[in-house]
Design a protein around this ligand. Sequence first.
Ligand code: UDP
Ligand code: MG
Length: 317
Amino acid sequence: MSRLSVVLPAYNEELMAAKTCRVLKEVLDGAGIAYELVLVDDGSKDNTWNEIVKAGKRDPNILGVHFSRNFGKEAAVFAGLAQSTGDVVAVMDCDLQHPPETLIEMYHLWEEGYEIIEGVKTSRGKESALHKKSADFFYGIMSKVTKVDMQNASDFKMMDRKAVNSILSMPERNMFFRATSSWVGYKTAYVNFEVREREAGESKWSTWSLIKYAFTNIVAFTTMPLQIITVVGSVCFLCSLVLIIYSLVQYFRGFAVAGYTTTLIVLLLIGSAIMVSLGIIGYYISKIYEEVKRRPRYIVSKIIRGSEDAYDQANHD
Ligand code: UDP
Ligand code: MG
């Protein structure tokens, strides 16, 4: 019989971890689906790990992975995928904002032969205006680049073991999970779900962390900004050709182009274009540097399987 692994990244989720496990157990047992819950404690500063250990004592189907520090959600998802053993693996948030019942719908689609089942948000839940604007901007760019509608894409998905292995085989350290799952291809289905409100605890995203997330992921997924530099450079070059010709014509007709202001404007414009471009290039270089160092994506400090210590199986990748 096939088994479903559910990967749950958890950062400071002491209020939700136990409840999420309980609800998932109920829902999956109810549907007669054999399961395993992979909870990845992303270096929480609260009692999340103790809650996971306690949950493991109650339910032998719980696998707990503890990071040595906070490595971010993408790393936690990756660790969960790497530790999961099911034939099909779902990834969902640990705060029950992704409805557990949708897992069953996804599971049936998997049984029908779909290899990747993407959760699509029908509503975004409650968000601040600034949050929504920045999210719209970021996903707008991402949609153009990936040619997949990212506006309503989510990290809630189910993947066949084959797709999981493809994702795990990618060597890059900075990975944008949400887009990568569509990049790998495979037979894909979409399931709509409504984002629920968080019952307890708080969102881990500040506006600043979202901006950082946006930049990191754009750079991780595309080199488009570098191509934009080329385009901007070419446009600048064309403009300056026009200006050169105009100035020369004026010169030979005996007038000089009004000097100081023009020079200043051109100088400032080109100067700032060059600096922004260098900044973008610098950001890519810093990312290349990070990748080249080949540090592990995360460091696992503890692993439990049910009530047993399973650290020896950790591969530290
Ligand atoms: N999360 C994580 N590491 C982090 C931040 C968040 O593993 O550094 C987890 C968090 O515990 C939750 C999921 O990612 O399960 C989504 O986070 P959150 O609910 O804060 O995001 P939101 O739903 O507000 O987008
Ligand atoms: Mg949430």
